[in-house]
Design a protein around this ligand. Sequence first.
Ligand code: SAH
Ligand code: SF4
Length: 419
Amino acid sequence: MHTAASPLMPIPGPIDTVPVPRAVTPREDGRIDLMGLSRPQIKSVLEEAGLDVKAAKLRSKQLFHWLYHRGETDFEAMTDLAKPMRGWMSERFVVGRPNVVEAQVSSDGTRKWLLRSDDGQDYEMVFIPDADRGTLCVSSQVGCTLNCSFCHTGTMRLVRNLTPGEIVGQVMLARDALGEWPKGSMVSANDDEDDDASHYTADGRLLTNIVMMGMGEPLYNFDHVRDALRVVMDGDGLALSRRRITLSTSGVIPMMARASEEIGVNLAVSLHAVTKEVRDELVPLNRKYGIDELLQACADYPKASNARRITFEYVMIRDKNDSDDDARELVRLLRKYKLPAKVNLIPFNPWPGTDYECSTPERIRRFSEIVFEGGISAPVRTPRGRDIMAACGQLKSASEKKSRAEMKRLAEEKQAALG
Ligand code: SAH
Ligand code: SF4
């Protein structure tokens, strides 16, 4: 079970949680990491380092392109910068990547990376290849404050927000690992409204979609997630269309309208239950923001002119939320709020220590049929990467286990000293 506090950092209460702010860890060598910075931010660090306004503007454009369109990390390779300028930059800046602790590949091709921040915190990202797309599952926090009872990440004690650099860094690292940076001459990129991903697939690119469904609640780290996704969507850089990005929330209602206005990506909502009693248990945030308010916020989410569908995630837990009545109530609720909805049925992925079990395949099929018959698409999501604990809700870093072992060792030493 989750404990309310750890010796390392107090964790906010299980319901009324607050975002955890964090300053960027300064590098020992004093250089500034440009990863995750927007063009205006790059411009201002260049000005602070001594360039005049005009030079800073030009260089920030060039750097932005090298960083995010070409994936370059070495200033010496930035051939349209004069040689002395490259040296000047190398002395003051770096282009970082998350540190990789471990990279695993599942028997089904899913890949998982355990990453470590400069201040020693672990988080994970997962890449899921499919026939027609490649989806990167990105983390927004180390751990999660929300303690959903069926989610492994929610049992982590240490929580902190990831910085924009750490969030964008995951996408950059995946691109590095997949060998997907354009080669040859610099080409100008498409604009971010372009929904055609052919330029990603035509040259063999694998990473076509991003889901903010890794560790953490993205709407509890709103500013950093927004800034990171804006960099990812920028047409001069990674240029991923907002239609290929999905943000998943457990239902942080006050931030949903801002997410629509300031980020504008697809929304997925982790519903998981149709009664107050069951949702209070599965998603404790429900005690603060109930089902009806949540569905109303969903109805308000897409811009008036935009008929994008919201995805409702529903984890199938045996004898908990998987009855025929639950399915019928789900249809009723989605109809009541006239939601352009799609339901994703996720078979519960077990993890060590959980008491929940996955619904039977027959039960999931029947549930799906009832929702379909109600006129709502309800595909069953095939679990991916279960063998490497990369499936939905299984992410939890190994470092916590290590620190526990460490704590046990320290306790034993103390005992020995006393005895
Ligand atoms: N915090 C956000 C995003 C990360 S969780 C959210 O909750 O939406 C991504 C998805 O994985 C959510 O739908 C979550 O409910 C689901 N999930 C968590 N634990 C799971 C488990 N053990 N089995 C299956 N899905 C799980
Ligand atoms: Fe956090 Fe999402 Fe897991 Fe709930 S399901 S504990 S909100 S990561």
